[in-house]
Design a protein around this ligand. Structure first.
Ligand SMILES: Nc1nc2c(c(=O)[nH]1)N[C@H]1C(S)=C(S)[C@@H](COP(=O)(O)O)O[C@H]1N2
Ligand SMILES: [Mo]
Length: 334
């Protein structure tokens, strides 16, 4: 049985995400010995390096000035994907994040500034015609970038509406030519304990990973995201490249990807490894299937706090419902 418990480094309870509350007692006790000191040291180093209280937008603009792909922005907007709600305020989006590598709370934007996003390579391996490792700038320049406005829904019931910039994941899949038997692809996040304190929290099954079926990856909605709000991604949002599948809960959408593997076996994700009873493979947004610990009927918009009814498939059923026709017996929620 999972229990809700406050870890030893004593975050205010309201900043601790429900996703983090899956830890069992043994793991929680282990943190007090090692975790607290390591995290405190990381935070101090950061304050020394960057100074306190800098404006998140200012940080971002400074990074954009050094980004080798900045000439690709802003990208042309594809008008097909319309929203039923206003875009979420930029500052809210870039300062309220889940990125457990940098801490199991929402306020990691400053800690994430330590992520060295260049040089950066992405390895594409497993069941593909030609496994390869590609420089991320070459990857980003390989496919035309476009802007799309999408709804985003975290399994914790907060939501936002975001203008992402990226290229269709289908373009990448076609380029790498999966072998006939390949059925899934798995995204893996960077893992470097010298830049992110979360890796010292050894009860997490690092690196962060999650996967999709090839059919899901080929769906027109699936986007390899390199930017947001007309600029390259800030580190806290998964720079230099992440994946976005807007009909799925946020945890299915790994950030700062270093590897994409093609396989014939269904992968077990980071969250599924931690708590299979709560987080499964499909993780499609569904207001009628509660999380074991809370309802999914409504969501809270970042910034405004507005409560809205959650939409089945997060409102993208016309694009994706047919992907799941043969799977009615499976848990299609989390
Ligand atoms: N590498 C990595 N990717 C991740 C996560 C994470 O902790 N690490 N959290 C996921 C979860 S739970 C959510 S809700 C989204 C949050 O994305 P955002 O912070 O850019 O809004 O990132 C997802 N991708
Ligand atoms: Mo999430």
């Amino acid at each position: 049985m999972p229990i809700r418990r406050r870890p030893g480094w004593d975050l205010p309870a309201h900043t601790l995400s429900p996703e983090a509350a899956v830890l069992d007692r043994r793991r929680v006790l282990a943190t007090t010995a090692i975790g607290a000191g390591a995290i405190a040291a990381g935070a101090l180093g950061l304050r020394a390096a960057f100074g306190q209280g800098r404006d998140p937008i200012g940080w971002w603009e400074a990074q954009v000035g050094n980004d080798p792909t900045r000439d690709l922005y802003p990208a042309a907007r594809v008008e097909t994907y319309t929203l039923d709600r206003p875009l979420t305020d930029t500052r809210e989006t870039i300062t309220y994040n889940n990125f457990y590598e940098f801490g199991s709370h929402k306020g990691i934007w400053q800690a994430a500034q330590r992520l060295p996003t260049r040089p950066w390579t992405v390895t594409i391996d497993g069941m593909v015609a030609t496994p390869r490792t590609i420089d991320v700038d070459a990857l980003i320049r390989r496919f035309p970038l476009q802007e799309r406005t999408y709804r985003f829904r975290c399994v914790e019931a907060w939501a936002m509406a975001v203008p992402w910039v990226g290229f269709p994941l289908a373009d990448l899949v076609r380029w790498v030519e999966p072998l006939g038997g390949a059925r899934y692809l798995v995204f893996e996040t960077f893992q470097d304990a010298t830049v992110a304190p979360g890796f010292r929290q050894s009860w997490y099954p690092w690196p962060y990973r999650d996967g999709l079926t090839i059919d899901e990856a080929m769906n027109e909605l699936s986007l390899m995201v390199t930017g947001v709000y007309g600029k390259p991604l800030p580190p806290q949002m998964g720079s230099p490249v992440r994946v976005i599948t807007p009909w799925k809960y946020g945890f299915k959408q790994p950030k700062s990807i270093v590897r994409i593997s093609f396989t014939d076996r269904r992968p077990v994700s980071f969250w599924e490894t931690l708590q299979a009873r709560e987080y499964g493979f499909w993780a499609n947004v569904n207001p009628e299937v509660p999380h074991p610990r809370w309802s999914q009927a409504t969501e809270r918009m970042l910034g405004t706090g507005e409560r809205r009814p959650t939409l089945i498939w997060n409102g993208y059923g016309e694009y994706v419902a047919q992907l799941y026709d043969g799977l009615k017996g499976e848990r299609l929620f989390a």
